[in-house]
Design a protein around this ligand. Sequence first.
Ligand SMILES: Nc1ncnc2c1ncn2[C@@H]1O[C@H](COP(=O)(O)OP(=O)(O)OP(=O)(O)O)[C@@H](O)[C@H]1O
Length: 813
Amino acid sequence: MARKKSTTKKKATGKTNSLSMPSFKLSRLQEVIVGFFLIALGIVFLLSFTSFLLTWRSDQSILGRLTERELEAQNWLSKLGAWLGNVFVYDGFGIAAFSIAILLIITGTYLFAAKRGAFSLSRKRISLLWIWGLPLMLWLSVFFGFFHQSIPLLGGMVGMELNDFMQDYIGLIGTIIVMAFLALIYLTLRLGVTPEKISSYFKRKSAQVKEGFDPLENIEATDEETDWKTNTIEGQTIGDDNVDLTEITITEDDEEEIPEPVLKTEPISPIITSIPATGDGDDIGMDIEQTVDEEEVFDNKASKLVQDFGEFDPTLELSNYQFPPIDLLKDYTKGKTITINEQELQANKDRIVDTLKNYKIGIAKITATVGPTVTLYEIVPEAGVRISKIKNLEDDIALSLAALGIRIIAPIPGKGTIGIEVPNQNPSIVSMRSVIASPKFQNAEMALPIAFGKTISNETFVVDLAKMPHLLMAGATGQGKSVGLNAVLTSLLYSKHPAEVKFVLVDPKKVELTLFNKIERHYLAKLPDSEEAIITDNSKVINTLNSLCIEMDQRYDILKEAMCRNIKEYNAKFKARKLNPANGHKFLPYIVLVVDEFADLIMTAGKEVETPIARLAQLARAIGIHLIIATQRPSVNVITGMIKANFPARVSFRVQQKVDSRTILDSGGADQLIGRGDMLYTSGNEIIRIQCAFVDTPEVEKITDFIGSQKAYPDAHLLPEYVGEEGGTSLDISIEERDAKFKEAAEIIVVAQQGSASLLQRKLKLGYNRAGRIIDQLEAAGIVGGFEGSKARQVLIPDLASLEVFLNAEKQN
Ligand SMILES: Nc1ncnc2c1ncn2[C@@H]1O[C@H](COP(=O)(O)OP(=O)(O)OP(=O)(O)O)[C@@H](O)[C@H]1O
């Protein structure tokens, strides 16, 4: 009977380390020279140190007089060697100094030969080698310092001094504990040694030892030193009187004894221990298979790429990009916090109490929260007063208090108290600077953080645009809408790198967003053929919106291919190098579409605008396209049911009438605001009153100047080309003018029976425009059908043979 030997390969489970090497680039020639230099230096060190170990006693006497030419040193590298040895070994790290020589040689060899495949180490690994190698050298040196008394050269001066120093302060035992702890850290972090691995190693070893005492060993015709291969015979019985096994594993040496063994290779070989036959009537022995835990393989291709090159960094192209400093924003409050005017508070309280008394509403308690522009008086009514009574008296109470901007919240959601908001006599401005500098914004882990301003309790209000996922803004003219839009854009400029977010700006008023022109090549996206990135012409808006729809469809295609549900997952996967750029994958920036005057757009373009806006609003949230739509006129023909249904997050500045407030917020209140940035925000449930942060035009100009003066991308982010419907049908392209890849494309389309430009893009590695042109040519030729919105075009030729016949016939005509 023989046994099976497990030969499980142990894989290095290198932990991915995010440390990266400084990125300076050398030409190939420089690499060879530097590489050679490092190898030579390493060899010099190696020879000097080795020789120093043998000759240091004799050379030490001349160390002080190295400049004297006639003196002779015993070191193989003469005076230089003696000096190097003294500096690095004697005065330095002892024999651990050899690490430096080895590291130099490895680095040199990498630079010298890495690119040619002779020595495949990555830059990252080299940097890791140094990062781990130097502390290891220090540790060894200190460790050898323990033996300083007997062999002084072992740990060198550094090792001895550090060891002595530690012992002076924490004693010998303390030093040993610290050293053991450091060794443990090294073993765990660098070599991935864990208690589980050690115990599984010992289990395997003990199983192998047990095998050595296997009582059935005499049956084996084996050689302990043989490299075992496993042959298994299943369901066969060996004619041994005492042993009757249903499964026997044998070594190759036994091959001739077993007729035609069935070779069965198993990925992980079980270890077999045996229980011999007892002999007392029960003459059946038994083998017990002990399974070996499968090793976890961390070393897949993506993690190897990450290990070698680090995670993909989308910001690399503009790696020196500087975010605008906070000083560009003005501090309107000059460090002052809100001043509490006690007289004003008292007067307001008295009026509230008196007014409510008139309506026979008793108050149990009243508290005031002073905000930047309004103060909230929170009232706990006396027991027995019904909230509905107060709610019904809302208008009367407001009239009695007779101040503009009073808003009654009865009850305050989740509290059961009544809130009365009264404007402050001296409102304070909430500066953009204060909200940007707030920890809430700075620490916000959001995809698209927006600092709107401060709530009534003076807290900075930060929301994630990506979660909204679209925003509707309304407000009568002069109430702070444009400032609000600037606050949104400023928040994003202060938090997102140009690689992470792109804006599509639509400004029919032509003046509000012009300042952002300066950051066109950093942050803006535009159509390929347009000159201006900021769209002021309504007819161009239609093309841009349709182009965004195409972008959306394309993004959905690639997300589907990457099996991701949303842009966040997709980008995370791309950063982890799990998606191959050669297959059309790329890092996807968020796209924020801002329309400053939506009413104007709807009036001039109507349905043509509403349809793509509604489509984007319905579908674009998962793929990172978010819309911000502002309007002066929140009337129902502008904010239609379809638009409203898809914009759960809404902001309203002051509006003229209650009905406008209802249209935008589905409740009143916005008509009672005091203007100048006083706004209400809702994301579907409760309504929050906020004082919008104020950012003036000169501040925005400074920010855009600062960004615009930095290195930029060659062009604005290009959106897919959109060919209007007329453009798509009036095709009259002659055969000679067809694209060189026309035939190839036709074959792909016919085989897939799917007429989509993105298919051609992927298969033929074309840009969107060229693929779109080919599709147009295929349509003109009659191979695919007409444009059908987001659906793929119909393919009119059933198979390749028919295509061949079709193209030949075309040539002959
Ligand atoms: N958050 C704010 N804090 C203080 N003052 C503000 C704030 N927002 C706006 N204002 C004041 O109101 C004025 C008008 O604001 P803004 O230009 O944003 O109005 P608008 O609603 O965009 O008007 P229009 O629709 O006519 O462009 C500003 O010049 C400023 O003085």
